[in-house]
Design a binder for this molecule. Sequence first.
Ligand code: GCO
Ligand code: MN
Ligand code: MN
Length: 389
Amino acid sequence: MASDAFASRPEHKFSFGLWTVGNPGRDPFGEPVRPRLSPVQLVALLGEVGAWGVNLHDNDLVPIDATAADRDRIVRDFRHACRDHGLAVPMVTTNLFTDPAFKDGAFTANDPAVRALAVQKAMGAMDLGAELGARIFVMWGGREGTETDGCRRPDTAIQRLREAVNYLCEYSLDAGYDYRFALEAKPNEPRSDIYMATTGAYLGFIATLEHPELVGVNPEVAHEHMAGLNMTHAVGQAWEAGKLFHIDLNDQVIGRYDQDFRFGAANPKAAFWLVKFLEEVGYDGPRHFDAHAYRTEGPEGVKDFARGCIRTYLILKDKAARWAADPEIRELVAGFAGSSQPAPPVGRYSPAGASAIKSHRFDRVALGARELFYERLDQLTTEILLGVR
Ligand code: GCO
Ligand code: MN
Ligand code: MN
């Protein structure tokens, strides 16, 4: 039965943030449209829709001004709820964007006291996550950016960011937390321009850290699409570098405001290539949905949204298996996979190999004349996605 075929199982590792299903539908033009659910209620909701994990910012769970006693009570209730509904807490993060103290950035802010506060808050979030069993710490620098570049030099910002990430890596080691840090890029919103606009920018930055082995990336579909980029290519580079520590699945029309749509809602074909890639390479980290329901929805619509994310992922996974098994597609792929004429391999450089390549006589005209049939391939893909194949 179709409903069973696309039911979520723990090994799929589908997770949601408290802030996603808990989003009350406020936007820059309008007030909340849904009642705010408590973390314990949200855990119950996630259990009901079949999620495996729940992620959180420190302040999604513990209010920024909570007393130590309040904190402990809230965390205890939350842990019990997670246990009762069978949910893991795979990832935590820290909110360094809501409080006015961070209006000029957190780790990159000009004021050293703000930078120290940000580090303090991040260490507190790491303590909280460790208590909940989280092993992944996401860092999204929502306020790490500018409206006017007169405020600081961009290289200074990067140096400050490096200092903070190095510091937090040391803290994780010192405390025995065993975190893997996943850095999340976004080109803009809420700042006009955010430093580290793309996943590729972070991959370059990671190589400059003191503990690059602890640090990877958290690519997000919507963030790459906001920049007009190809998410699957970004994920491919991260994967190939051994840096795909986490992933934020959602959707977004290219060129629009930060939409955070249900996974696959805007660009199902792009979502298909992404799922196909993740499944082919055997990515086994959390499949985290960082999205929220339309503002037209109430509590039931939020569940429709969450179930839709999961279902679309599993439908696309099924389509990817169909794609790989399709005889016509297999034949096309076999046709372009191999060499059309004898040629020395490139491989690793050697003087003998180089002279073999230099002296080889290629039939360049035949190479240019080779027909590839990608039109046919893409049409077959489209037909699989449209359900007629
Ligand atoms: C956004 C981001 C955030 C982060 C979250 C975890 O566009 O607001 O995607 O949702 O993923 O703060 O760090
Ligand atoms: Mn986002
Ligand atoms: Mn995100």
